[in-house]
Design a protein around this ligand. Sequence first.
Ligand code: FAD
Ligand code: SF4
Length: 345
Amino acid sequence: MSKPTLVVGGGPAGLAAAHALASVGRDCVLVDKAERLGGAPILSGYAKLVPSGEWASDAIGGMVERVIGNPRVDVRLNTSVTSFDGEPGNFRVGLANGDQLEANAAILCTGFTHFDSVNKPEWGFGLFPDVVTTTQVEQMISSGQGVRCPSDGRKPERVAILLCVGSRDRQIGREWCSKICCTVSANIAMEIREELPDCHVYVYYMDIRTFGLYETKYYWRSQEEFKVKYIKARIAEVTSDGKRIIVKGEDTLVKRPITIPFDMVVHAIGMDPNVDNRTLAGIFGVELETNGFIDRKDTYSAIGQTSRAGVFVAGSATGPETIADSIAQANAAAIASLGLLEQAV
Ligand SMILES: Cc1cc2nc3c(=O)[nH]c(=O)nc-3n(C[C@H](O)[C@H](O)[C@H](O)COP(=O)(O)OP(=O)(O)OC[C@H]3O[C@@H](n4cnc5c(N)ncnc54)[C@H](O)[C@@H]3O)c2cc1C
Ligand code: SF4
């Protein structure tokens, strides 16, 4: 019997890799440290996904179901990999729960960590309860509660969404663009306007990066159909007058100071490298790129190959990625792992 392939992380990427391998008759072991599969969209309770408009619980929940029901996928939850030794085709794997496994290759799909807004204290998170993050707004929508001010449960009449929180910010050591937050924010802005038609929604931005086809579907639609207002600004601070949250900054188009009160302020948080990446790099013997994401050694042929033969990587473990791109990379990494094993035969 051939050895299984180890897939670490059961988010969209890991679920896709496991399903791809099982589809071509390969066994795999899917290890996740969380108590359930689904990754960020499920664990953080995302609402409707960009760009499909499907609820995360349906779209990613469907991916979870087809993996859980697959006899070729051995799912191990609440555990992580503690040791990984050997060579392609013949690795020995130790798990934190004491289990020992054999594997022919590994695909790291360990994802990202949400930026923690307390690292941006001048923008009010952690100081004022009505300063929240995009993940909190996603949870308000997906739970059915609706968008409400956490301080007293009232419906907000004015909401500001601040882009690039924890991204493109050299002062806090995060130079990368998190790629999806402009589009996710435009989507959230439209959802708020749909639920609360009297609520004014402002998006504060440096640049808008609703890349590719998202420009029409999200950026222009949010303005033209949903009357979301965009302000190009440099934000100085977020304070409170005791009743409202005050956003102070400079409108960089007209070069004038602007101070606007809001009921709720939303941080569009970025995607940090997984906090486990240094540990994972040590265990699997793979290199990280300069920002701390897992480095890919090959862009055009063995997609997803890391610095160690037989160890592949896919999805947001490699840097900020969308769900669709994470899934595509996972399928590519699964094929690359099969190719490597064929060569070894
Ligand atoms: C607010 C917000 C909204 C978003 N909305 C969208 C959207 O609408 N559409 C879209 O395309 N993208 C969206 N994204 C991006 C989306 O979250 C990612 O593209 C997606 O989660 C990447 O999937 P992944 O499997 O690579 O990683 P993850 O979803 O992060 O999954 C990683 C998995 O690995 C597990 N893991 C981590 N470390 C270990 C370890 N050491 N050992 C074992 N298991 C481990 C985790 O428990 C998790 O299950 C959004 C991002 C943010 C921040
Ligand atoms: S996608 Fe938009 S909000 Fe996110 S980091 Fe890039 S520019 Fe900023």
